[in-house]
Design a protein around this ligand. Structure first.
Ligand SMILES: Cc1cc2nc3c(=O)[nH]c(=O)nc-3n(C[C@H](O)[C@H](O)[C@H](O)COP(=O)(O)OP(=O)(O)OC[C@H]3O[C@@H](n4cnc5c(N)ncnc54)[C@H](O)[C@@H]3O)c2cc1C
Length: 376
């Protein structure tokens, strides 16, 4: 139970969502610090508590090895026997495997490579320089921790979502929640494919409620480069479009803050919060380097913080698209009686966060119940 939280997370990780936002059906955070951010051990305990309350017949330590369609439903093979069922809900998670680009194969063997699943704490890495690839939630958090451990960090920055931890005196995720941004439905989103691929926000949950954007990383000495584009003759080649990337992320942040301000004004909430604020633009390095010799010894390890993807190798139903993603309409999979939960923007923008499951599950299970009722 809570397997991914127990086995696939690094030691210092805390949720980036505030504790009051950890909501599961019938269970709310009731601890002493609702504005704080749960540690991994606290998340595990929270999920265990939910399982006990829900009294669902959970079979722990059981892996599903195949799901196959039959005349009247599905046959599910597991490491502890088979099950026949009329409907199946796939809730196996969106982050089963680290997503590592193909260029990893061209990195010389002298450089150690790690994914966030291998990483526990800085001591896991050799002394010396580290190249962290990817500047979303995982990348910025690991870059900061490694830099503070005394290992000089270079961070390769691709498309990213900049966010301050606090805005107008409130957690930025309070604004996402209250203003309705997270409630936007999948069928109202302009470019759903893009929305589903959007990287996680540059946020960290710390007791000090610190902002961990690229300016914060620059100020502790992290070196920023562009997107890692290729390896040629043992050299990492970085894209030169860093300034454009920063301008785009800054522009999107300003638009998001405008949306919050408009909402507060239109809904008479302005007096409840501090006055509007704007943040300095992301500082670009004087001259970001375009290449790095991977054989020089300057970099001893590469950490791939390039995202995660689901693993459906066990699903023997033709319901995946060319990119290996599940084909579904708001959680109703393209195969009768098959459903999904917990995927990005499944039904709303909040779908992959813990606070997204309640509404999504209600809608999906409603459909499932109707399917069973008509004898599907
Ligand atoms: C690094 C990281 C940080 C995150 N931080 C936050 C955060 O701060 N706040 C937040 O709300 N969300 C956060 N998330 C998203 C978070 O994963 C979800 O909110 C929540 O864990 C999703 O729950 P889930 O049950 O859908 O998926 P998961 O937690 O991934 O659980 C899926 C489960 O299915 C199991 N499984 C997969 N395949 C099989 C199989 N074939 N047979 C049997 N079991 C299988 C897995 O082992 C796992 O136990 C984070 C995710 C990551 C990767």
């Amino acid at each position: 139970m809570a397997n991914s939280w127990r086995t696939e997370r690094w030691d210092s990780l805390r949720l980036l969502t505030p504790s009051w936002q950890s909501r599961l059906p019938g269970l709310r955070y009731e601890g002493p610090d609702p504005d704080g951010y749960m540690t991994v051990a606290e998340v595990t305990a929270f999920i265990e508590r939910f399982a006990a309350l829900a009294r669902a017949p959970v079979r722990t330590g059981t892996t599903v090895t195949s799901v196959r369609r039959t005349d009247d439903g599905y046959r599910v093979a597991t490491t502890h026997g088979e099950l026949a069922c009329r409907a199946v809900v796939i809730a196996s998670g969106a982050c089963n495997q680290p997503s590592v680009p193909a260029l990893a194969a061209a990195v010389p063997a002298s450089v150690e490579q790690l994914t966030p699943f291998d990483y526990r704490d800085p001591a896991k890495l050799p002394d010396g320089g580290v190249l962290v690839v990817g500047a979303s939630a995982t990348g910025v958090q690991l870059a900061a921790e490694l830099q503070r451990s005394g290992r000089p960090v270079t961070l390769a920055v691709g498309e990213h979502v900049r966010m301050p931890r606090m805005y107008r005196g409130r957690d930025v995720l309070w604004w996402m929640d209250e203003s309705g941004v997270w409630d936007q439905r999948y069928d109202e989103v302009e470019d759903l494919t893009r929305a589903r691929r959007l990287p996680s926000p540059q946020l960290v949950g710390t007791p000090e409620r610190t902002t961990l954007d690229l300016n914060a990383l620059t100020s502790i000495g992290v070196e920023l480069t562009g997107r890692w584009a290729a390896v040629r003759d043992g050299r990492a080649l970085f894209s030169g479009g860093l300034r454009n990337m920063f301008s785009l992320a800054d522009l999107k942040l300003r638009r998001l803050l405008d949306t919050f301000d408009d909402w507060a004004r239109a809904n008479g909430r302005d007096d409840e919060v501090a006055p509007p604020e704007r943040f300095p633009p992301t500082r670009a390095p004087e001259s970001a380097r375009l290449q790095l010799d991977l054989g020089s010894g300057e970099i001893r390890a590469v950490v791939w913080a390039t995202g995660f993807r689901p693993d459906y190798r066990w699903l023997d139903v033709p319901a995946l698209d060319a990119k290996g993603q599940l084909r579904h309409e708001g959680g109703v999979v393209d195969s009768p009686g098959l459903y999904a939960l917990g995927l990005p923007v499944l039904r709303r923008r909040r779908s992959t966060f813990m606070c997204g499951i309640e509404d999504d599950a209600r809608a999906v299970i409603d459909h499932l119940a109707r399917y069973l009722a008509v004898g599907g």
